[in-house]
Design a protein around this ligand. Structure first.
Ligand code: NAD
Ligand code: TDX
Length: 340
């Protein structure tokens, strides 16, 4: 591997991954292709922008001409596709852009990977493609896809396209499906940063439904390390689940955040549920451990404390992020929910 194309590298996981790769592979060229949607933020990569191995290209993964140009110009041999519309609630408000970026965008990248005989194409997928679990059991790679939100359906479609390009054309795709990430630079529409920031501002913390939905949380750098293992050792055509066996009920995560910030539980407000809200996610990640030797190394307790501290120390970052467009979204989604 000499030159890696990271799409969506200005977002939460992508920016953590770009930084991780630059730190760990000093000889590698890293190209970040990002459209800079509301979720893309070059501030996330300020500390690496002068690194001579790092190149940023502003653009859309749906633009095949541009993607081909980038692949040729930088002699790209590995593609990691993070670029996506990533928020379930926004996909409920409007799903078209999810289909465009998550489905058509992936198809364009696959076409280019086929044409330029890319050595490895990593599709960053998600646990949500499996749907929802009951109180027991875990998602395994061979389970049927059963997406419940437009977002999850768009990600599942992309997974199927990847599979088809492997079977039909031999494009060396690998799909990773990770559980819920948390860590620095996460956009505050997602549960953990939203709750931290609202608590810091003494604003209500909107918990959907009864708060008993369960998510399986992993620190973003464990996810980045897992992707690294998949690039180095993963087998084309395979799917690898990534997780940390760290299940939490939403209400307990919210209470933990309040406790760590020394804020009262009276800030919690139970609000109207998310339609189609998946009850529980839990990952079986024995395959990646057994076949590639990866396992998570960060302690949840330390990582969540560091993440909370990061938001306390980076008020400038999130104050900018929550001004402008975010306010419109917040009003549209939470306005009615938070009334009375
Ligand atoms: P994010 O929303 O923070 O970042 C997405 C990035 O993609 C942004 O920088 C955005 O500008 C860019 N982008 C969007 N449309 C684009 C387009 N058409 N062309 C080029 N760039 C575009 O998302 P995230 O949370 O970092 O998630 C990254 C990937 O990981 C997504 O594919 C998501 O489905 C997957 N994933 C996320 C989680 C999680 O918990 N956040 C868990 C599992 C998988
Ligand atoms: O205000 C809120 N109140 C609330 O109760 C928000 C934003 C969320 N929730 C609940 C919904 C979920 O049960 O918290 C849980 C986590 O919600 P999100 O942070 O929106 O994540 P989720 O819907 O689980 O999806 C995430 O994990 C899989 C990412 O956003 C996806 O990109 C990823 O694919």
């Amino acid at each position: 591997m000499q030159s890696i194309l990271v799409t969506g590298g200005a977002g939460f996981i992508g920016s953590n991954f770009v930084r991780y790769i630059l730190q760990n592979y000093p000889d590698l060229t890293v190209v970040n292709l990002d459209k800079l949607t509301y979720a893309g933020n070059l501030e996330n990569l300020r500390d690496v922008e002068d690194n001579p191995n790092y190149h940023f290209v502003k653009g859309d993964i749906c633009n095949q001409e541009l993607v081909e140009y980038v692949v040729r110009k930088f002699n790209v041999d590995v593609v990691v596709n993070f670029a996506a519309e990533s928020h379930v609630d926004r996909s409920i408000l409007g799903s078209e852009v999810f289909m465009r970026t998550n489905v058509i965008g992936t198809q364009v990248l696959l076409e280019v990977a086929k044409k330029y005989e890319i050595e490895k194409f990593i599709q960053i997928s998600t646990d949500e493609v499996y749907g929802s679990l009951g109180p027991t059991g875990k998602f395994t790679e061979d389970m049927p896809l059963s997406p419940n939100s437009p977002y999850a359906a768009s990600k599942a479609s992309a997974d199927l396209l990847c599979r088809a390009y492997f079977k039909t054309f031999g494009v060396p795709i690998i799909i990773t499906r990770c559980s819920n990430n948390f860590g620095p630079y996460q956009f505050p529409e997602k549960l953990i940063p939203l709750m931290i920031i609202n608590a810091l501002n003494d604003k209500p913390l909107p918990v959907y439904g009864d708060g008993e939905n369960v998510r399986d949380w992993i620190y973003v750098l464990d996810h980045c390390r897992a992707i690294d293992f998949v690039i180095q050792r993963g087998k084309p055509g395979e799917i690898y689940n990534i997780g940390a066996s760290n299940e939490w009920r939403n209400i307990d995560i919210v209470k933990l955040i309040l406790k760590k910030l020394n804020k009262p539980e009276s800030l919690i407000k139970f609000v109207k549920d998310r339609p189609g809200h998946d009850r529980r996610y839990a990952m079986d990640w024995t395959k990646i451990k057994r076949e590639l030797g990866w396992e998570p190394i960060f302690s949840f307790e330390e990582a969540i404390t560091e993440t909370i501290n990061w938001y306390i120390q980076n008020e400038d970052w999130w104050k900018k992020v929550i001004s402008g467009e975010y306010q419109n979204y917040y009003q549209l989604w939470y306005g009615e929910r938070l009334k009375n």
